[in-house]
Design a protein around this ligand. Structure first.
Ligand SMILES: Nc1ncnc2c1ncn2[C@@H]1O[C@H](COP(=O)(O)OP(=O)(O)OP(=O)(O)O)[C@@H](O)[C@H]1O
Length: 290
């Protein structure tokens, strides 16, 4: 019998509509996989659609970026219904980490050959994320981006550049397993996967199935260091920078004397510090190719 997949499609993710997507999938999966489609109508809708599908389909496929994946993964976590991704977002951090091809026809082929694999998920103050969450500069940019009237890479770059001239680094206290660290940082990332998206590797050695989060810190680097930091992020060598440090844990608490911005999987979050971060091992079934 053919498996039944539910495809949840976010029409505003990435550059918008993908021409002929339904036809492409039909052609590639005909005789192998039955598909039902649902388009999201508003932020948060993907979670509602996915929740109703638990136990009723063989997999839910999220067509979108990390925000859409987060919404679907958050409700499938802890269930036996697997999640697949067809990347259509702007950054596609989790999809890139998993090695899913970035061109839709190849991603569709990849998905047809994928197998169910358990992966870790993370909770921060009771809120779910699966890719990378963070505090500080990148979270500030996520908040500015959420307020901007346009989306896309150009807006993201504009917000990042203008934030770099106005953002002030903060002092943080991190506590884990009887240890503690005080650090002034540009940002602190809590990484389940290796990258933010667009192949910007904040935690080059992170694994989705090691039962550990990579706490990655970009320390108090001088203003002029930004181009070198950018180079290191995109060349997967950030761990070689003297302004970077990282450690792996299954839980950690992060506090800051000032109010600080937070993002979860790249989306601006209203969570308040201190952050209590807990990893859940093998908590989500995902469709992956070995
Ligand atoms: N129909 C809709 N109208 C408005 N917003 C939507 C709709 N459907 C989903 N959303 C929201 O769109 C936001 C962006 O989606 P998503 O993160 O998947 O794309 P992206 O930002 O382009 O990609 P990435 O996160 O990989 O950079 C999500 O926060 C999601 O909740």
């Amino acid at each position: 019998m053919q498996p039944n997949y539910l495809i949840i499609y976010n029409p505003i993710a990435g550059k918008g509509k993908v021409d002929g997507l339904k036809k492409m999938i039909k052609k590639a999966w005909e005789g192998k996989i039955n598909c039902k489609w649902k388009k999201t109508k508003y932020a948060g809708h993907a979670s509602l659609i996915a929740r109703k599908a638990i136990g009723k389909v063989d997999a839910v496929i999220a067509v979108g970026g990390d925000g859409t994946v987060n919404e679907v993964a958050a409700v499938l976590a802890g269930s036996d219904t697997p999640l697949g991704i067809l990347p259509k977002g702007s950054g596609n951090g989790l999809a890139r980490h998993l090695g899913i091809p970035m061109t839709m026809p190849h991603a569709i082929e990849w998905m047809a050959a994928a197998e169910v694999t358990p992966v870790d998920t993370i909770e921060v103050n009771g809120q779910f994320f699966i890719n990378v969450a963070g505090i500080g500069f990148d979270a500030y940019v996520a908040h500015q981006f959420a307020k901007a009237s346009t989306r896309g890479l150009a807006t993201y770059i504009k917000e990042t550049l203008s934030a770099y001239f106005t953002y002030h680094k903060k002092n943080y206290l991190l506590k884990w397993e009887g240890q503690q660290l005080e650090v002034k940082a540009l940002l602190i990332s809590i990484a389940n996967s290796s990258q933010f998206g667009n192949d910007a590797y904040i935690a080059p050695h992170a694994s989705l199935s090691d039962g550990l989060v990579d706490v990655s810190i970009i320390k108090d680097c001088p203003f002029w260091y930004a181009p070198a930091m950018g180079y290191r992020l995109f060349s997967k060598t950030i761990h070689k920078s003297r302004f970077y440090s990282t450690f792996q844990v299954s839980s950690v608490e992060i506090s800051c004397q000032e109010n600080e911005f937070v993002h979860l999987d790249g989306e601006a979050s209203e969570l308040q510090l201190p952050l209590d971060i807990q990893l859940h091992k093998n908590n989500l079934k995902m469709l992956c190719c070995p």
